[in-house]
Design a protein around this ligand. Structure first.
Ligand SMILES: Nc1nc2c(ncn2[C@@H]2O[C@H](COP(=O)(O)OP(=O)(O)OP(=O)(O)O)[C@@H](O)[C@H]2O)c(=O)[nH]1
Ligand SMILES: [Mg+2]
Length: 546
């Protein structure tokens, strides 16, 4: 009979290696005549070496754990063109990497000049006498100039229009004509900073100066430019100057065409290539090198034209004409018109606020990574933000990012309820925003993505309502509710929330809504810190990393 015997683990002692069979062991053996002192020193040295080795092992283990823990949270900024996406990204940069933001401020000087010059040109075009418009074949100008036109009549119709006299118009146009080649030069420098050999569709035909069409150019004030390098493997972002073309009858480019200007590497470098001495030694220290001593620097033309620009902007006849045409330049880059003296000063250096207000249209997708290493709670987390172009021609680039995005910040510019799209004058901006919002919240790919809604441009909404513009004339569903900021903003909040509740495929998703004016740094920093923490906590928790 076979009986199971309880098996005992067999412990076999391996015999110590014989020194003569292991040359290394033989070498490591202490000398046979080792004194007690020498033995003491040897043991101490061995102990120290062991400690060092253990420390190194621990460091390697920590580093591996840290690498395993490293998490990237990806955030996509979405919304129509001019909704404030890039401005929000600038606020993230200002909050997380202020030194880099400040160091780049100088490069924005040229964007701001371009914004100012284009605003001036819009004014000149708006005050153009009708007979001159006919002569210049500009009848369709207004239909392109839609970015900030109020489309509902406020009682000032063409019947009671007061024109700026032709002589005044001609005088302004003649005295401001040096701005035209300056604009051309800025655009050309942007389009081809290093390699003038390469031909891109960037070379604008120069109209004859002082001709009737000298100022009949762009129909928008938005000089546009990609902000930074695109994600690896994706096409490089390009500068876009919408409608930035000469509409002289001889021009080969139509006034409504979007002109594309290529930026090869770094647009900031391109701008700083415009003068010999314009880079500051340090943007912070005030040790500025004197670009104003360079006779080729654009500041000289801008500075010489400043008195006429101010005169034009202050001219009551001009203001009347702009009001009649319902052109609200302050809602776009016209912000700089109120600052002509400061902006055109020879030693002008852009402030943070100037950079936030400078308008550059984004094309392609701009990616920025912020490392949150200093924050103890989110140590080792990278915060990756994608800023996309919002105009219709750019929206096809959004979808590839839906796959692995963790959160979306959607910008809805609620002040735009009475404006139409630049790219489609038949579409109301708010209607377009609501359409986009519905598409985003109903998207199944995004069902588990956190969504944060910024009801943006609240400062402009407040000013618009105070100036008497009535929401109900543009949104009949608003009915007879009061036309004040509190009621209107509450109404928009409910509307967007209700649309989310109706269309979301994930009824459990919480929606975070903020009333924002993203050009306001103090308030925006509080909001984005809050939003960042909510997004990070939610995402790290769901991936069990917290
Ligand atoms: N007053 C005010 N201006 C704003 C606000 N948000 C953005 N802007 C301005 O509106 C303009 C357009 O903002 P951007 O951030 O360039 O818009 P975007 O969404 O990036 O536009 P695209 O790049 O064309 O998609 C800029 O001149 C901003 O300074 C706001 O809340 N208030
Ligand atoms: Mg942008």
């Amino acid at each position: 009979m076979l009986r199971d015997k309880p098996t005992q683990p067999v412990q076999r002692q391996r015999p110590p290696p014989r020194p003569d069979s292991d040359p290394l062991a033989a070498v490591l053996l202490p000398p046979p005549d080792e004194t007690p002192d020498a033995r003491e020193r040897r043991l101490r040295a061995e102990e120290e070496a062991k400690q060092r080795s253990e420390n190194i092992d621990r460091m390697i283990r920590d580093s591996e754990r840290h690498q395993r823990r490293k998490k990237v949270v990806k955030v996509l900024l979405l919304g129509q063109s001019e909704s404030g996406k890039s401005t929000t990204l600038k606020q993230f940069q200002l909050l997380h990497t202020p030194a880099a933001f400040h160091a780049e401020r100088i490069a924005w000087r040229f964007v701001i000049y371009l914004n100012l010059v284009r605003s001036i040109r819009r004014i000149i075009e708006a005050i153009m006498p009708e007979d001159a418009q006919g002569a210049d074949d500009l009848d369709d100008f207004d239909s392109n100039e839609t970015a900030s036109i109020i489309i509902t009549s406020n009682g000032c119709g063409p019947s009671n229009a007061s024109h700026v006299p032709t002589s005044a118009y001609d005088g302004y146009r003649r005295r401001l004509s040096p701005l035209l080649p300056l604009e051309q030069r800025l655009i050309q420098q942007l389009s081809d900073p290093e390699d003038n050999e390469e031909q891109e569709p960037t070379h604008l035909p120069s109209p004859p100066l002082h001709s009737p069409s000298s100022f009949s150019m762009a129909s928008t004030s938005t000089a546009t430019l990609a902000l930074s390098s695109s994600a690896p493997g994706r096409p490089a972002p390009r500068i876009m100057i919408p409608n930035g073309t000469v509409s002289s009858p001889t021009s080969p480019v139509s006034p409504s065409e979007e002109l594309t200007v290529r930026v090869t590497s770094n647009w900031k470098k391109a701008f700083s290539a415009l003068g010999k001495n314009q880079s500051p030694k340090s943007a912070h220290s005030g040790e500025l090198q004197g670009w104003w001593e360079d006779p080729d620097d654009p500041v000289h033309i801008i500075n010489r034209c400043a008195p006429v620009m101010s005169e034009l902007w202050r001219d009551v006849r001009v203001r009347h004409r702009l009001a009649e045409k319902r052109l609200r330049l302050q809602e776009s880059s016209g912000f700089f018109l109120d600052e002509i003296d400061r902006i055109t000063a020879k030693m002008y250096f852009p402030t943070d606020e100037d950079v936030l207000k400078a308008r550059l249209k984004t094309t392609g997708v701009v990616e920025h990574t912020f490392s949150l290493s200093k924050s103890s709670e989110f140590r080792g987390v990278d915060w990756k933000i994608y800023d996309v172009g919002g105009s219709r021609s750019q929206r096809h680039a959004w979808a590839p990012y839906f796959d692995d995005v963790n959160a979306i910040i959607f910008l809805a510019p609620i002040s735009a309820f009475d404006q139409v799209l630049t790219e489609d004058p038949d579409t109301n901006r708010l209607e377009d925003t609501i359409f986009l919002w519905n598409s985003v919240v109903s998207n199944k790919l995004l069902a588990n993505v956190n969504i944060v809604l910024f009801l943006n441009k609240c400062d402009l909404l407040k000013a618009k309502l105070q100036s008497g513009v009535k929401l109900k004339q543009h949104m009949t569903s608003y009915g007879d509710r009061p036309n004040d900021y509190d009621s209107v903003s509450k109404y928009f909040r409910h509307k967007f929330l209700a649309l989310h509740q109706s269309f979301t495929p994930n009824k459990a998703r919480e929606l975070f809504i903020h009333m924002t004016s993203v050009t306001d740094t103090r308030k925006t920093h509080t909001i984005i810190t809050n939003v960042r923490d909510i997004i990070l906590t939610g995402n790290l928790r769901s991936s069990s990393l917290m």
